[in-house]
Design a binder for this molecule. Structure first.
Ligand code: 2P0
Length: 342
């Protein structure tokens, strides 16, 4: 017997950052974070539980996944099997419609889509917070991609704090390299916690910045929200830097200089960076075309992907889902977008 479901989820960018885990296991973040889920870029994942299979199988972007990626998927599938009282192994097909080296975390959209599709295929009708909990245990940022708009992850709990239209924000992803990242987030945050003299300072600062950013967002204050997001990113990177964990490159700093120069000209533009050298510019939608053009001309910036806030993870029914099961959907790349995709 076969049981199948297909789900779609978008990546997200943290405005206030998660960096570091609580002691005691379970992949619980040490600090609260708040992100924006991005429209237009998506991971689509099908899960088919099949009694005829002897092991789980995972195809990523049309090719068999590495052993490490399969092991992480199996961990999540085991949690779903346990909750559903199911023994069947699963065949998983996952496609990103954005380049893996785009600087957008595919683990966030990937585990959100996998959690939702696996739960549904197993016959579990879980509320979004339970799907987010499943996703968080695999990758904490994935819990945020279960919800749309502006999303908070506080300890074990993820929730939407504001809908996509709350502030007229556009995110400009400045791609600076095609190479995969050198140090994973998981390793980078472990080394920071162990070695950085500033990690205690980060743990003390992050919840305060998060609270201020959340209040600014709820007040509809785009500029303060973006300014606090830049401070959160710089504080996170400063703590990592002091442990020798360096994600920025010369191109990142050149793009940061462009963002600051735009700001001195009156443009509402701020910067954030994650566990890689790609800079993301947070900009008022009215200034996005101008900022995107200037960033694209910055030496070291290969291309700029424009994105706006979008919806949370969802099940695809009927034809849209069937196309993925046939391995047809998800091809293509989102590079060089001129207008944000919605
Ligand atoms: C974030 N990042 O809040 C931060 C900022 C990267 C920099 O969440 O270990 O892939 O799988 O829970 O979720 C990336 O970390 O880490 C991340 P795990 P995850 O978006």
């Amino acid at each position: 017997m076969k049981r199948a479901a297909v789900a779609l989820a978008h990546p997200n960018i943290a405005l206030s950052k998660y960096w570091g885990k609580r002691a005691g296991g379970g992949n619980v973040p040490a600090v609260p974070s708040l992100s924006v889920t991005l429209a237009g870029l998506a991971t689509t994942t099908s899960v088919t539980f099949d009694d005829a299979l002897e092991v789980d199988a995972l195809s990523l972007n049309g090719a068999p996944a590495s052993e490490g990626a399969l092991a992480r998927a199996t961990e999540l599938l085991d949690r779903v099997r346990e909750a559903a009282g199911l023994r069947a192994r699963a065949h998983v097909v996952s496609m990103n419609d954005f380049p893996t080296a785009s600087g957008l975390a595919s683990s966030a959209s990937g585990f959100a889509a996998l959690a939702l599709a696996a739960a549904r295929a197993a016959g579990l009708d879980l509320p979004a917070d339970r799907v987010a909990d499943l996703a968080r245990r695999s990758s904490a940022s994935a819990a945020r991609s279960v919800f749309g708009g502006f999303v908070e992850l506080d300890g074990e709990v993820a929730r939407q704090v504001a809908p996509p239209g709350k502030i007229p924000l556009e995110v400009l992803v400045c791609v600076t390299t095609e190479a995969p990242k050198a140090v994973s987030s998981r390793d980078g945050m472990a080394v920071t916690a162990e070695k950085s003299p500033y990690y205690p300072g980060w743990l003390e600062t992050a919840p305060r910045l998060h609270g201020e950013l959340r209040a600014a967002l709820l007040a509809g204050d785009l500029e303060s929200t973006c300014a606090l997001a830049e401070r959160s990113a710089l504080a996170m990177h400063a703590s990592a830097f002091a442990a020798g964990v360096v994600y920025v490159s010369g191109a990142t700093l050149d793009a940061l200089a462009t963002v600051r120069s735009l700001r001195s000209e009156g443009v509402v533009a701020y910067a954030t960076m994650d566990a890689g050298p790609h800079l993301k510019c947070l900009v008022h939608a009215r200034d996005a075309a101008r900022a995107s053009e200037r960033l694209a001309r910055t030496p070291g910036v290969l291309r700029v992907i424009r994105a706006v806030a979008g919806e949370g993870a969802r099940i695809l029914d009927g034809k849209a889902g069937a196309r993925v099961l046939d391995g047809e959907a998800g091809a293509g790349a989102a590079g060089g977008a001129v207008e944000p995709r919605r």
